[in-house]
Design a protein. Structure first.
Length: 302
């Protein structure tokens, strides 16, 4: 009689989970959402983005802690629990919103420009109609084109009202249409009545580029693709995200973490105001691909 040997049972898949993995995982997501939300809201309107940088550093610290406690958590048999849809929704919206912040940070103003803008706005820097005290030079006539009106370029002395008293300011190269300027007439200029500095700017066209991500004026153009991407990712990840992606795996999460760190390093010069040149802005634009690349790696390798 042939006796069949009993085949040893296969050990089911295992995962690691503890209270600490849950706390650090949620801390990572919430602080990351806080950093993105503060950047979009304009909590720090110009570099250095202190609040956003602190929240981002906190999210990275939670990520490192999540990796450490996941390695030490006890093993459990079976498939990892889903843990609800809220984390999936957060990730689905965090990725496109973080991409939006990276893109718009490429247009962030310099710290010097931001401080000057804040100072002028506090001093009511707007467009005002002011009188011409006298001409400081002879008007020079010119033509824009055959179908445009003639203009006159002149250095003018303007009488401006400041909070600390009236002041006469010479403004070079002011333009008037149709007729040359004359004393007693009015002209529109930008200036700040509450600015006590003797060299406070007086400009014919003083419109300033807004501060903060919202102030870049690009938010209204880029928010619609973000809404579409967030809604699409919410539906896709709710059904397609592997449950194993929520539990630490070195081959899955370490490369994704490295991609995110690379993106943050690319953003540091802009976020902290270390530079405003072409290379700095280009680095911020390159950082746009890192949130999506990290998510794609997790979904593909989990």
């Amino acid at each position: 009689m042939v006796q069949l040997e009993k085949r040893p049972e296969r050990a089911g898949p295992t995962y690691r989970r503890s209270v600490w993995t849950t706390l650090t995982g949620w801390g990572m997501l919430v602080s990351a959402m806080g950093a993105v939300g503060c950047a979009l809201w304009g909590v720090s309107p110009y570099p250095p983005l202190v609040v956003e940088a602190v929240l981002t550093a906190l999210s990275m610290a939670f990520a490192v802690a999540w990796i450490v406690v996941s390695r030490r958590a006890p093993r459990r048999a079976g498939l990892p629990p889903t843990g609800g849809r809220v984390p999936v929704w957060l990730v689905a919206w965090l990725v496109p919103l973080a991409t939006l912040v990276c893109f718009d940070l490429g247009f962030m103003v310099s710290p010097e420009y931001g401080r000057e803008t804040a100072r002028l706005e506090a001093a009511r820097f707007e467009r005002y109609t002011v009188p011409i005290a006298r001409l400081a030079g002879k008007p020079v006539r010119g033509d824009y084109a055959s179908d445009e009106p003639v203009y006159f370029e002149t250095d003018l002395v303007l009488r401006l009202s400041y909070d600390n008293g009236p002041r006469e300011v010479t403004v070079p190269s002011m333009y008037t249409r149709y007729h040359p300027p004359k004393a007693g007439a009015s002209i529109d200029v930008y200036y700040a009545p509450g600015d006590p500095r003797p060299d406070s700017p007086v400009l014919e066209d003083g419109r300033r580029w807004g501060t903060g991500v919202i102030g870049t004026r690009l938010l209204i153009l880029t928010i619609f693709p973000v809404l579409f991407a967030g809604a699409l990712l919410t539906g896709v990840l709710s059904h397609e995200l592997p449950s194993a992606a929520r539990r630490y795996s070195p081959s899955v999460h370490l490369p994704a973490f490295g991609i995110l760190v690379l993106g943050l390093l690319l953003l540091l010069p802009t976020a902290l105001g270390w530079g405003t040149g072409t290379a700095t802005h280009t680095a911020a634009f390159l950082a746009c691909v890192t949130p999506g690349a990290a998510l794609a790696w997790v979904c593909r390798s989990a």
